[in-house]
Design a protein around this ligand. Structure first.
Ligand SMILES: [Zn+2]
Ligand SMILES: [Zn+2]
Length: 545
């Protein structure tokens, strides 16, 4: 598939899921890639922390790829770069803060110098093949959120990236309504837009309002206060720095990613007035109501700072009367883990506060009133919802049309869409998929390793070893070893029964494959009778002739 004299759009990730955004635009033989993110593993992927998009489609066409352009520095937009970008062999473009985060990741993976990272000025422009790209700053929950105005021979696309409306964002100068209206005045073919909060009726709210909420909640706290937030939310760190000064508390930082983000933020001109943090030992000597801890771990990660503080395995201690404020959104799927940390804190006598009890967080994504404003300013001919699960994409499409956008096109990962010329429509399906990072190895998420892993995790395994002598007869009883099979106190009796079944399944007349299959089925039947489970049975045959 090589784009002709036309404008194409193809999502390799992020359309049909929240996470791992990777989008392609195609025109006159060239492709432009926007973002290269990851997502996090869940119970579907036992043993996996990171899930990456399968970029084979563009890897096979990397000679036609003119560049990878990044909208902002969140993991779901840049996280896959250390694992996949070296293979693309194409320059990466990003504004200073985003580039600082990417450079840190490349350094950690020992890839510095192997990937070309080019810094784009804030509000900068780029010419890449048939694409002219203009960075359009928009408010978001990280510095330097950018929409991209992509000019092509077939019309202009406004690719929003993640955004919200915020007149008082604490950090940064988002593009004004006037500028966005001026972009609309020049005519926009397609708006490719964030769908995360397509069901939300109330506007996301301003970062400045969080300052008031946090100041009140922290001001009235009698003891130590710990606030947990996403470490990339530099505006929130700025807000917390100001709240600390205003409420007479010293700041203590806990968590490596906070240190890392603070360093990049300071190097790129942010957080210049952030108060000097105190060390852990100093923090513990301060009067209790003089301390504000800012920590990682708000998603319930057991090894992050908050998780270790909650389980008493950290130099920083919390106790009776102290408070922990969750100044972040709980990512769906993390409820149980967050609940576990909250229970541990509660047992220490700590009071936990989330955005349900106090105004301590605002979202970084546009709710319906904000989407409506954007449609009104940009006035696209076509709306393409991205950055959402299927229900979010469809809801934004319905909402856009109800707000007067002439047409909306719902696409998902792998749908090849022709935006122009002619009526926009899906013209094909391309290969997409998910990869997992398993240890240091990248694997297909639906390949044999992960399928085996799932079976082992859900059903357990029984290893059976058969020793055959002359004529294919058993020279010793089979050895049966169940692992992760629920036999517990019946273990010895079960093994005796399984050994008996396995022995009877050994028929000297069978060839080895048939014999192995016979034994496998017999032992599995036995396990099902004892436990109701169907464990994986692995039969090894040893011959002594
Ligand atoms: Zn984001
Ligand atoms: Zn995002």
């Amino acid at each position: 598939m090589t784009p002709g004299d036309e404008l194409l759009f193809l999502s390799l990730g992020g359309s049909g899921e929240i996470g791992m955004n990777a989008n392609l635009y195609g025109c006159r033989g060239k492709w432009l890639m926007v973002d290269c993110g990851l997502t996090f593993g869940d119970h579907e992927y036992p043993g996996i922390e990171l899930v990456l998009p399968d970029l084979q489609f563009i890897e096979e066409r990397r000679d036609d790829l003119v560049g990878l352009v990044l909208t902002h520095g969140h993991e779901d937009h840049i996280g896959a770069i250390p694992y996949l970008a070296a293979d693309l062999k194409v320059p990466i473009y990003a504004t200073p803060f985003t580039a600082g985060l990417v450079a840190g990741k490349l350094e950690e993976e020992g890839l510095t110098g192997q990937v070309q990272l080019k810094i784009v000025e804030r509000r900068g422009e780029l010419d890449l093949g048939p694409f002219r790209i203009r960075y359009v700053p928009l408010a978001h929950s990280i510095p330097e959120g950018n929409g991209l105005l992509i000019e092509t021979p077939h019309g202009r696309v406004f690719h929003t990236g993640d955004w919200k409306l915020d007149d008082t964002p604490v950090l940064g100068n988002p593009t004004s309504a006037d500028t966005l209206t001026a972009i609309g005045d020049e005519g926009v073919l397609a708006l490719v837009c964030d769908s995360t909060n397509a069901f939300v009726e109330t506007p996301s709210g301003s970062e400045a309002s969080v300052y008031e909420g946090l100041l009140r909640t922290i001001g009235e706290a009698p003891g130590r206060v710990l606030v947990t937030t996403f470490s990339s939310n530099v505006a929130r760190l700025e807000t917390l720095g100001r709240v600390a000064v205003e409420s007479g508390r010293r700041v203590c930082l806990a968590g490596r990613s906070i240190d890392r983000n603070l360093k990049v933020a300071k190097a790129t001109g942010y957080l210049r007035d952030f108060p000097e943090p105190v060390r852990f030992d100093e923090a513990m000597r301060l009067p209790r109501r003089d301390l504000l801890i800012i920590s990682t771990g708000g998603q319930g990660e057991p090894r992050a700072a908050l998780g270790r503080i909650a389980s008493g395995q950290h130099e920083l201690k919390l106790g009776e009367g102290d408070r922990v404020i969750f100044s972040s959104r709980q990512i769906p799927g993390n409820e149980t883990a967050v609940g576990r940390v909250m229970n541990a804190l509660s047992e220490l006598g700590v009071v936990t506060i989330t955005d349900r009890q106090a105004h301590v967080h605002v979202s970084g994504h546009p709710a319906r009133p904000e989407l409506a404003e954007m449609y009104k300013w940009i006035r696209p001919q076509l709306l393409i919802p991205v950055h959402g699960e299927p229900r979010h994409l469809r809801e934004q499409a319905r909402f856009g049309v109800s707000q007067g956008v002439p047409q909306a096109l719902v696409q998902e990962d792998g749908d090849l869409v022709r935006l122009a010329p002619g009526e926009p429509r899906k013209i094909g399906e391309e290969r997409v998929g998910r990869l997992v990072l398993d240890g240091d190895v990248i694997l297909p998420a639906d390949g044999s390793t992960m399928n085996e892993r799932r079976k082992l995790a859900y059903q357990g395994v029984i290893a059976v070893s058969i020793a055959l002598g002359r004529g294919g007869r058993l020279i010793a009883p089979p050895v049966v070893r169940p692992v992760g099979v629920p036999v517990e106190e019946d273990r010895a009796d079960f093994i005796r029964d399984a050994v008996d079944m396995a022995s009877r399944a050994v028929d000297p007349g069978l060839d080895e494959d048939r014999l192995r299959e016979n034994v496998r089925l017999a032992v599995r039947r036995c396990a099902t009778l004892w436990t109701g489970k169907k464990p994986v049975v692995e039969v090894m045959v040893v011959r002594a002739e």
